[in-house]
Design a protein around this ligand. Structure first.
Ligand code: KIV
Ligand code: ZN
Length: 515
């Protein structure tokens, strides 16, 4: 059996970000891109540069900082989009432009108002223009899953001739089913005369819950690139989940004649980071990365696993980065032990000051919490990164009173641009009182869309990780905070979101439908 490479194209930062509420700042994108690089994804689609200045800057920054993965920018088949994408990926060691144009009768007639001939010409022109910026050009016939195969063959032959090196077949609306999508891929590879000059890729949406099944069926029929996202994040029901594709192919090497270059031990790290940044919690029974994915509750299963792991387990939890809440450090651990463990977690500090700053946070946490786990360390790093991104409002102190029969109230001191201010507020609960005090002190009113608390580890001394999603003038922004005191974690997350509002770092996306 030949063992081809299956290319993993991650679009968490582009299609994933298009999911309502999952908007990311430039710095968050850089952090996730670095985690994806450690995961060894082949291509990172970092954004849609024409969408906004913020998105352009994010793609440009990711292209400047990522060395091992190819960095890709999305562009409609339009001159302005392609030039903007070309500019954004310029600093990349290896850069790709991904251009797309719809080919289904319904999209051509109602959305594009273009004839099939015009679509072929525009697609060819887009690919030729993109080749002026990079030799690595991907073309997607949008809504390919509902396009006429004959017309698809015509478009694909023309764009490969024009210089497209990857042909991506999207099931844009998640309409296809596995055997039929696999047949489509095989037919295209067989019928497009120059198909050997391009890699065939697939991009599946999960509207019918079939994104992973369709992608795998395509791989069995010759696709050698899969587009996917961490945790299956993406528009509507999401995109194909990276971790499920990678682990299916890795676990079933008896069936797949290809494998990815992914370092699967980094999967949990990426999953937690994406969930933390976007506020999209992972469902407990989600394959691979859900909290129960490797938990055996029933007596029969537990007995079997204890006798021989293979009786009920087809993968090892540690192979995808689950640590068994391993105690790593404690109150008496020194700076060296801390630095070594961080380095084992692939976290290296750019300067001694950075190391000292996170070490001081670790010592504070160790005073409050006896056992410190890897998850706690990752949360510390995330918190420190967030604060250096946003410095305008800082929490100085918080006192909250909550008593049976009394209205909870909070006394909050914030440092706002160097000046300390204090306010007292009452609320329906301690968190509500806190948020009201923050609003009073900052004078910023936002629409709270989401408030969620997750325990980072097990036990009642676990740090609580709070995510808030706020809306201000049409911009949707996520904030995070972690602490053993969940009211404090809540205050930190709200302040984090408001700092982002002040920094104007987030952006909105044009709908892809408005081509
Ligand atoms: O779903 C889709 O069709 C897309 C394209 C831009 C590839 O995201
Ligand atoms: Zn998509």
């Amino acid at each position: 059996m030949s063992n081809d490479k299956l290319i993993i194209f991650d679009t968490t930062l582009r299609d994933g970000e298009q999911s309502p509420g999952a908007s990311m700042t430039r710095d968050e994108k850089i952090r996730i891109a670095k985690a994806l690089e450690l995961l060894k994804v082949d291509i990172i689609e970092a954004g849609f540069p024409i969408a906004s200045v913020g998105d352009f800057e994010a793609v440009h920054a990711v292209a400047s900082q990522i060395k091992d993965s190819t960095v890709c920018g999305l562009a409609r088949a339009k001159q302005s989009d392609i030039e903007r994408a070309g500019e954004a990926i310029k600093p990349a060691n290896s850069g790709r432009i991904h251009t797309f144009l719809a080919t289904s009768p319904i999209h051509m007639e109602h959305k594009l108002r273009m004839t099939p001939d015009q679509v072929v010409d525009a697609a060819v022109a887009a690919v030729k223009l993109a080749r002026n910026f990079t030799d690595d050009v991907e073309f997607s016939p949008e809504d390919a899953g509902r396009s006429e195969p004959d017309f698809l063959c015509r478009v694909l032959e023309a764009v490969i001739d024009a210089g497209a090196t990857t042909i991506n077949i999207p099931d844009t609306v998640g309409y296809n089913v596995p055997h039929q999508f696999g047949d489509l891929i095989r037919t295209l590879i067989e019928r497009v005369p120059n198909s050997d000059k391009a890699i065939f890729s697939v991009h599946c949406h999960n509207d019918l819950g079939l994104a992973v099944g369709n992608s795998l069926s395509a791989v069995l029929n010759g696709a050698r690139q899969v587009e996917c996202t961490i945790n299956g994040l993406g528009e509507r029901a999401g995109n194909a989940s990276l971790e499920e594709i990678v682990m299916a192919v890795r676990t079933r090497q008896d069936i797949f004649s290809c494998d990815t270059g992914i370092d699967t031990t980094q999967i949990m790290n990426c999953s937690r980071m994406v969930s933390g940044v976007t506020g999209f919690a992972v469902q407990p029974n989600k394959a691979i990365v859900g909290a129960n994915a490797f938990a055996h509750e029933s007596g029969i299963h537990q007995d079997g696993v204890l006798k021989s792991r293979e009786t009920y387990e087809i993968m090892r939890a540690q192979d995808v980065g689950w640590t068994t809440n391993k105690l790593v450090l404690g109150k008496h651990s020194g700076r060296n032990a801390f630095k070594t463990r961080m380095s084992e977690l692939n976290i290296d500090f750019a300067t001694e000051e950075e190391l000292n700053e996170v070490f001081a946070r670790f010592k504070d946490l160790a005073d409050k919490k006896h056992d410190i786990f890897d998850e706690d360390l990752l949360a510390l790093v995330q918190e420190s990164a967030q604060e250096t991104e946003n410095e305008v409002i800082k929490l100085v102190s918080l006192r909250v009173c909550s008593e049976t029969g009394e209205t909870p109230h909070a006394t909050m001191t914030l440092n706002i641009e160097g000046e300390e201010k204090q306010a007292q507020s009452r609320g329906d609960g301690p968190v509500d009182a806190c948020f009201k005090a923050i609003e009073e002190l900052t004078g910023i009113n936002v629409n709270l869309q989401l408030y969620s608390v997750n325990a980072i580890t097990t036990g009642t001394d676990s740090q609580g990780e709070v995510t808030v999603r706020v809306e201000k003038d049409g911009q949707v922004i996520n904030g995070q905070g972690a602490d053993t005191d969940i009211v404090l974690a809540s205050a930190k997350s709200y302040i984090n979101a408001l700092n982002k509002v002040l920094n104007h770092q987030d952006r909105t996306h044009p709908q892809l439908g408005n081509v």
